[in-house]
Structure formats: C-alpha cells, structure tokens
Design a protein around this ligand. Structure first.
Ligand SMILES: [Zn+2]
Ligand SMILES: [Zn+2]
Length: 154
C-alpha cells in the first residue's frame, strides 16, 4: 500500500519495498547497456534519475547487488522486482535511478534520452526522436536523434 498519495511513489510487485520521491528527476532515460538489460531481463531499462537525497525508502530493506565499483542495483528480496541503479560517486553526487515501471504512476515521467545506445540488442529500437548517446547522457553529445535506419527487408 502507498505510504502517501504522493504521485511520485512506487515500489516492488509484492509491496514489501516502497519509496517516495521529493522533487523532479534530473532526467528520464532509456538505457540499453548490457548491465541494465541483465538486471531487468528486458531488452531495455527505463530509469528516472534522482539525487539519492530525493528518495526515501520504506518497508523492507532493498537488496543490493554491486554491479560495478560504486554502483549498486537494488531489488526486492521477496519478489525480485528490479528497483534501482544507485551510485555513491560522480560529478552529480550520489544518484538513485529508479526503474520506471515500479512507479505507481509511470505515465507522469516522460523519457528524454537514450543512453548506451550502441549496446542495444540489434533488433530492438524505439520509434521516438529522442537523442541517442554512446554512454552516459550527462556531459556527452548525442550520436543521433531517432531510431537507426532500417535495412530494406527484401
Ligand atoms: Zn517485493
Ligand atoms: Zn544501463
């Protein structure tokens, strides 16, 4: 059950882990990296990026898996829902990026970029005109806008 009626709240599938957000995300991105894909089992992960101090967790402790030095990926130990990508370092300070489909109202958060676009599954793309970045979005120029050109199917 939601702790409050905060529109930017969410949690895992079973409800054991909940979170509430203060303020707006710095960005909402589609991430194509191998690590996000492995953590979710999906062809792409969509994450809303917040400062760690903007996110308050409640209920059961989330379980962390350290996927790289200084990077944790959290999930519910009970139901397995992928919840976050979290850093303890970086130019922007500690971050807590939350998987979009764990929000109670994911429609309220609109993606604005793609990260790690060259790592995507070759048959997968999205029909939007958002900027596609080679790696992290912060501090980088996009490789292109819009999906990769389709090959003729003859
Ligand atoms: Zn759960
Ligand atoms: Zn990623």
């Amino acid at each position: 059950m939601p702790v409050t009626d905060n529109a930017a709240a969410g949690g895992c599938m079973c409800g054991a882990v909940r979170y509430e957000i203060t303020g707006e995300p710095s960005r909402v991105l589609h991430c194509h990296c191998q690590s996000c894909r492995s953590h979710t089992g999906a062809p792409m992960a969509t994450l809303a990026v917040f400062g760690a101090e903007q996110v308050i967790f409640s209920g059961d402790d989330r379980k962390n898996y350290q996927s790289a030095p200084g990077v944790n990926r959290a999930f519910c130990a009970n139901c397995g829902t992928s919840l976050t990508w979290e850093t303890v370092f970086g130019d922007e300070g500690p971050l807590c990026a939350i998987h979009i489909s764990s929000f109670d109202n994911p429609d309220a958060l609109t993606p604005d970029a793609h990260s790690f676009y060259p790592e995507r599954i070759s048959w997968f793309d999205v029909a939007d005109n958002l900027p596609r970045h080679e790696g992290f979005v912060a501090g980088s120029e996009p490789l292109q806008y819009g999906p990769a050109k389709q090959k003729p199917t003859d």
